[in-house]
Design a protein around this ligand. Structure first.
Ligand SMILES: Cc1cc2nc3c(=O)[nH]c(=O)nc-3n(C[C@H](O)[C@H](O)[C@H](O)COP(=O)(O)OP(=O)(O)OC[C@H]3O[C@@H](n4cnc5c(N)ncnc54)[C@H](O)[C@@H]3O)c2cc1C
Length: 437
């Protein structure tokens, strides 16, 4: 961990040390660019995801990117003597956090484990205030601050939380939970039908809570397990493998994110929202207990308070209405990128960043640069430009290579083995298996 003299000016500052920040920092370090990563490695995985969680993406689709060989999640398993698990074993959250930190020690030269409190732009550089009181300057900045700041609560929940004294104690977003053990004996409504909602419901049930899952969908969708290639020789042609899962559309989105950026903005936004919609991983199905009360086809149209409890007013598409009283509501309602919610950026700087209208996401060039010269955004914030790949760890390589090329003016050396998005081993390996109703 580097110490930064209070007046230091670096070439590049990378804000955030999650999979994207660490990958771009590793590439810049390798290219001998003076780059400093700022943040605690893997902290959103460590602090904002529940204990007992497993990754939905498979081992092959969950590697960070470094130019040197030996940096993948499989390499980490080998290096730690654990042996490489097969694609049927989901990756535990704790293993992934350890892997990210191992990757950082191996590949990321300059790191300051501090929170960035303020990013401002001056005439010829950026100025960054750190939580340890130091100030640094940077000629370029890469914002890799991840998804947590973009947690989305629908208006009905926000309105209720605003009216309650003491704020939102009985209403929370899924990313606010690290440990469900405090819900033993309590009733909890989980809103949503994606992996986060389904896994939170399963974990809450295992922790001894009475769980109600409320979703607008007519049915819960589950992924299918990987299929043995030998059992279906035509499958690689009909459903080619990709890091996002099998199928031609996922294959195209993972192989050609730069082509996605040429599509009209409205189409890009539509595709990014629709592709890989809410579903649960195939291995979660058995863990999703029959004790979980499921209300499908149901929307929360209002919330009220009754003593300690929250009353959810539910509306079904057939026009019927009902109520549900619980101790707590967890909204697993996803993330919406908006530069205005990136609190570390100075308000003037936020206002100056051009957006992919009608979203609040930054408009980015082919090298992830925003309308502010030298200011780049990677990860989820880049999804409205480069598509669904940017929502997942497997997109880190594309982002890191593009940024590296933009900041060094050079392509990667020829001997770079992973010079494109790493493809999985089996035809059905990938972030998300095919979906069954
Ligand atoms: C519940 C859940 C499960 C998921 N499962 C998968 C999965 O199985 N596979 C997959 O590919 N994707 C998964 N995702 C998506 C996943 O979050 C992204 O793929 C991945 O984390 C993107 O990496 P990132 O570096 O952009 O963001 P993050 O991992 O969020 O990292 C951003 C980092 O920036 C830091 N940061 C933020 N603000 C500051 C600041 N002011 N100063 C310093 N540091 C700061 C954060 O603390 C964090 O460490 C999941 C997401 C959720 C919510």
């Amino acid at each position: 961990v580097s110490r930064v003299p209070s007046t230091q000016c670096v070439e590049v500052a990378v804000i955030g040390a999650g999979p994207y920040g660490l990958s771009v920092a590793a590439h810049l370090h390798d290219a001998r660019v003076e780059a400093l990563a700022l943040g605690e490695p893997m902290s959103s995985w460590q602090r904002h995801m529940p204990r007992g969680m497993y990754l939905k993406s498979t081992l092959d689709a969950s590697s960070l990117s470094a130019p040197q060989p030996g940096s993948s999640l499989a390499d980490f398993h080998e290096a730690t003597g654990a042996g490489i698990p097969d694609e049927r074993h989901p990756v535990p959250l704790e293993t992934f956090v350890d892997y990210g930190r191992w990757f950082q020690r191996k590949h990321v030269g300059g790191l300051v484990q501090c929170e960035v409190q303020r990013l401002t732009a001056t005439q010829d550089r950026f100025s960054i205030s750190l939580s340890n009181g130091e100030e640094i300057g940077a000629r370029s900045v890469i914002v890799a601050s991840g998804h947590v700041g973009h947690a989305y609560l629908p208006e009905v929940f926000r309105r209720f939380a605003r009216h309650e004294n003491g704020g939102d104690k009985r209403i929370s977003h899924a990313c606010q939970h690290r440990d469900f053990s405090g819900f033993l004996g309590r009733s909890v409504a989980v809103i949503g039908a994606g992996q986060s909602a389904l896994e939170s419901a399963a974990l809450l049930c295992e922790a001894g809570a009475e769980v109600h899952l409320v979703a607008r969908r007519q049915s819960i969708r589950w992924g299918g397990p990987p299929i043995d290639p030998a059992s279906s020789p035509l499958r690689p042609m009909l459903k080619p493998a990709s890091p996002l899962g099998p199928g031609w559309s996922l294959f195209a989105l993972s192989r050609a994110p730069s082509l996605v950026s040429y599509l009209p903005a409205s189409f890009r936004i539509f595709v990014t929202a629709k592709v890989l919609g809410p579903s649960g991983a195939w291995w979660l199905r058995d863990r999703f207990s029959s004790e979980i009360n499921v209300a499908l086809d149901s929307e929360v149209e209002g919330l009220a308070s009754s003593g300690e409890r929250v009353i959810l007013q539910l509306w079904r598409k057939d026009g019927s209405r009902s109520t549900l009283a619980v101790d707590h509501v967890i909204a697993a309602t996803g993330y919406r990128v908006d530069v205005d919610t990136i609190g570390l950026m100075d308000s003037g700087l936020r206002a100056a960043v051009a957006r992919v209208k009608p979203t609040g996401a930054p408009r980015l060039s082919r090298s992830f640069e925003s309308s502010i010269r030298g200011l780049h955004f990677i990860g989820l914030a880049a999804a409205p430009t480069f598509g669904s790949l940017m929502r997942f760890v497997c997109g880190a390589e594309f982002a890191a290579m593009r940024v590296r090329r933009a900041l060094t003016g050079k392509r990667l050396p020829r001997n770079f083995q992973n010079a494109r998005v790493t493809m999985p081993r089996g035809p059905d390996a990938g972030a998300f298996q095919h979906v069954n109703e």
